[in-house]
Design a binder for this molecule. Sequence first.
Ligand SMILES: O=P(O)(O)OC[C@H]1O[C@H](OP(=O)(O)OP(=O)(O)O)[C@H](O)[C@@H]1O
Ligand code: HPA
Ligand SMILES: [Mg+2]
Length: 173
Amino acid sequence: MAAAASPEKHFPVSWDMFHRDCRALTWRLAGAGPFDALVTVTRGGLVPAAIVARELGIRVIETICVASYGGAAGVPDTQQGNLQILKGVTDAIVALGRGDGGKVLIVDDLVDTGKTARVVRDLLPKAHFATVYAKPMGRPLVDTFITEVSQDTWIFFPWDTGLAFQPPIAGGA
Ligand SMILES: O=P(O)(O)OC[C@H]1O[C@H](OP(=O)(O)OP(=O)(O)O)[C@H](O)[C@@H]1O
Ligand code: HPA
Ligand SMILES: [Mg+2]
């Protein structure tokens, strides 16, 4: 299956919906813990990580900073470029993530092609990988997620969007 070059369908997510989905993710994760540390994949993982960490009582939080989608100003970044790790995790977390005496939870907002998840997983092979949303290509790389959307769908997060006028459907929009 190929990644969607220009996703045709839109899946807009509101703050309320995102919070509810993060809580649902936490309920599902409760049985997989307890976790000694949480690693969030920036930047998209930061918001769900805050909610999940609060619900599960996790206080040790690390970032892994990865970037791969870049687009022209004014349009969603739907094209994936070379994946770059801008910052890794500490040796202590790497040791935990390899299964040395503790359990690490990785949180990201979504998995799409799975490239980001693959890189993070290679670094922390025994960690539990959780995302709020998953597309079919990346789904096998995730241990726990809440909602699956099709590969040709673009998910619009509340931090990337705002309220705007929508032309009526009857007008041919
Ligand atoms: O499964 P993949 O095809 O690799 O895509 C998933 C990744 O893409 C997005 O991050 P992005 O690299 O756009 O950076 P951001 O989190 O800063 O938005 C998203 O937050 C995931 O981390
Ligand atoms: O569907 C998506 N939405 C937002 N960011 C993304 N990064 C990869 N896929 C997506
Ligand atoms: Mg990301």
